[in-house]
Design a protein around this ligand. Sequence first.
Ligand code: 9MR
Length: 511
Amino acid sequence: MTSGWRGNGTGNSGINMNSDGVSFTASGDGIGAVTDLAKPIQLEDAIIDMVVNVSPEFKASGTSLQIFAQIKGGDWAGEWNCWSGNELLTAGTDTAITCTISEGDKKFNQLDSDVQIGVQAKGTPTGTVTIKSGKVTLKQTASSSSSTGSVYSANVNSLRELADFTIGVAVSNNDSPTYNILTNASEKALVEKHFEQMTAGNIMKMSYLQNTQGNFTFANADAFVDYAKSKNMTVHGHALVWHAEYQVPAFMKSWSGSAADFITALETHITTVVDHFEAKGNLHSWDVVNEALTDGNPSTFRAVDSTFYIKSGNSAIYIEKAFLAARAAAPEATLYYNDYNIEQNGAKMTKLEEMLTDFKARNIPIDGVGFQMHVCQNYPSASSIAAAMKRVVDKGLKVKITELDVAINQPYCDSYPANKVSTFTQSIALAQKKRYCEIIKAYIDTVPAALRGGISVWGTTDANTWLNDLYRTEFNNEKISWPLLFDSNYNDKPALRGFADALQGVACTNL
Ligand code: 9MR
């Protein structure tokens, strides 16, 4: 834990926060460490679990610890009955202690005040106490579709502060009037609190930037990138070249000139766009080519459904040309090839590996692979994900998770619709928490720090995910994919806690 805690108690000499936890010197009765849970917070009947480690001096002093919760301001009412006696503690050994917050008058369901929770020494202590981890489990269900107003708190002050690699999120600008990051205060608040990098969900794709040949329209993307910059966030550029029908400019689709001129037009797009955003100063990475491989076995370069392949003279040469143009325009930027399903470690990864080997042999500049990671709740396994990432790591290339989401319902997941989930129950929310944790853990365990390009989630809340749009018919217009870290009302989901647990080295559980 590196932030969010402070000392409490008269004469507290302060706390020490490092990767080991939060420590304080127990120099007197009531000395301890606390952290805030922001209102509104329904803490009544919540369980606070902590893992603590006390020094031999503390143990020898015979004193106890007390987890407590306290409503800030006013008369600072609190829960003080949670004793962890000295006999429960072993010097130098991690020990779990717990407290159920319970007050008859329910004043811990707070709308008006923040609540602080923490642990303090009682009696005449000496020595030090380290809080290795802390968890708050709220009583109410974690249903994100509930309209009861119940709110889950993942107790994460800021996700980005827990990670030593970049934590990002895809957001909209004018492609979604409702969820526009520039006008929706809730989007802004959430993005600014938890993330340090934004990816444009759509507006930096080709047709948004050069719909007609030679006519570049940067205003929307500029506003997006400038906003990020004003909040000290970087932008991950997405995507310079993508075959998907809806965003390939018409002039490219209907290209009737030579293949060589088509490649030149493609290079012009890349050079103009990368040059433009280089000048901003907060865009240092690009998805240069997106989804150029098929899902077949064996996988091949996409052909019949790719304007780029066809107009390049039925050739995949456009891929290397794109990387060369991007590198020329941005010598320092990190250049990624980005794709989906490669985490399943199959034929597609084999084809990708082949391309990486070939690029390396011929000095085609590429720095890493973007794993989109639109995954199911139960597939692929964390070990398959790790194995696929290792294949990229073994090439000495960076791995960035670029579009993470974990679908509860998805037509290609879990025998849908036979196993369709109709209600996002607490147990499903907690299973998703564990799944997020295991994915992040697989990434941390597999990708060495120097090769971590970071992790971005593909959207903020369950209300605004591409899955709801794409599968509108299958989902009968309901928003039932529930794939993200925040519910439709911008509240934390257990998934956020799972993400944080992995970052903090806490075991992945569905508790
Ligand atoms: O989130 C994007 C959605 O709003 C668009 O309609 C869609 C177009 O196909 O693209 C979505 O983002 C995709 C991303 O650009 C590339 N990887 C897959 C993403 C989900 O489809």
